[in-house]
Design a protein around this ligand. Structure first.
Ligand code: GDP
Ligand code: MG
Ligand code: ZN
Length: 307
């Protein structure tokens, strides 16, 4: 066997769809191509750094993965799913119309915090002033917790949106998450002008022509819009399970809980109806946002049933 046949190439997973992946060369040495894994391995996701063997002009086999710096997961009843690997920061896209679900926001923030990924809220559709005004007080709660907040209008004021996000995006790989309808894809198209075209190309290559939209994909942002930036568009989530995390992790990802954890009367307090619960008492007098406290209890009630 010629030695060149044994050589592998570094690659980054730019999209995943079922058992097929789209990989790119970090140095641009070869054109993006479809890849499959060896054996039945499926734990590969967008953002993964891999070693691939190139086959012909348009295919590759993923031979191995490098250790992940970060891994964002969500879980349904039985399984946890990898959403993205090696992501440094996430933008959670919310909007006033349709009104975003704060229950989902809390879940996404817990998962993102636990994965050691930075999070910002991107409040989109700020041109809809009435709807945006109606969510302003809720957004303020997150700003007060220390989350960075951007107010943009990706469709109505795209150039302004680019300028607002430029420094935050620069030098990082950023994941956009949120419910469908919040404007993630619109924002990606604003930041990556050929994203729609490239998505069609990936979609065609991965599905041999079938219509597929529900996959995550990574794009390089043109340097003129934000230098050394990559952005990952994801399909919208309707649910976001946290069963892959421990109760301790979930509680500590509620930032305002942290100074009070350990101050409850009982060491094993679950912050529900235990006497002397410092968290519940703080929520009762408004020192902890009561809605966030209720949403936390809802998550804990659910993971009880799931396990
Ligand atoms: N009014 C307004 N609508 C927007 C804005 N950005 C996106 N939209 C609309 O919101 C809808 C959902 O956008 P899309 O990007 O598909 O959302 P995604 O499901 O999160 O990817 C579309 O009809 C967009 O045109 C904005 O800045 N202002
Ligand atoms: Mg979309
Ligand atoms: Zn407690």
């Amino acid at each position: 066997m010629p030695s060149s046949a044994a050589a592998t190439e570094p690659a980054q997973v730019a999209a995943s769809f079922g058992r097929q992946f789209y990989v790119r060369s970090p140095s641009g040495a070869w054109a993006e191509r479809v890849a499959v894994t060896r054996g039945k391995r499926t734990d590969v996701c967008v953002g993964d750094q891999a070693e691939v063997r190139l086959i012909g002009a348009s295919q590759a086999v993923i031979e191995s993965l490098r250790p992940r710096r970060t891994a964002l997961q969500r879980s349904d009843r039985r399984h946890s799913k990898l959403l993205a690997a090696n992501i440094e920061q996430a933008g959670i896209v919310v909007a006033g119309a349709p009104r975003f679900s704060e229950a989902l926001l809390v879940r996404m923030l817990i998962a993102i915090d636990c994965a050691g990924i930075g999070a910002a809220l991107i409040v989109n559709k700020s041109d809809l002033s009435e709807a945006t005004g109606a969510i302003a007080a809720r957004v303020d709660v997150y700003r007060a917790l220390g989350y960075r907040v951007f107010g943009i209008a990706a469709r109505a004021r795209p150039l302004e949106a680019r300028a607002q996000l430029r420094d935050w995006l620069a030098g990082h790989t950023t994941l956009l998450v949120g419910q469908s309808g919040m404007g993630k894809s619109t924002l990606v198209n604003t930041l990556v002008p050929d994203a729609a075209l490239r998505t069609r190309a990936i979609s065609t290559a991965l599905s041999s022509g079938r219509h597929t939209t529900a996959f995550s994909r990574m794009f390089e942002v043109p340097a003129g819009i934000a230098p050394a930036a990559h952005i990952v568009d994801t399909p919208g989530f309707r649910s976001f399970g946290l069963a892959h995390l421990s109760e301790w992790q979930r509680a500590h990802a509620m930032r305002e809980f942290v100074p009070l954890l350990g101050r409850c009367r009982f060491n094993d307090c679950r912050h529900r109806d235990e006497p002397g619960c410092a968290i519940r008492e703080a929520a009762g007098r408004g020192a902890i946002d009561p809605l966030r406290y209720r949403l936390y209890l809802r998550i804990e009630g659910e993971t009880d049933q799931g396990s």
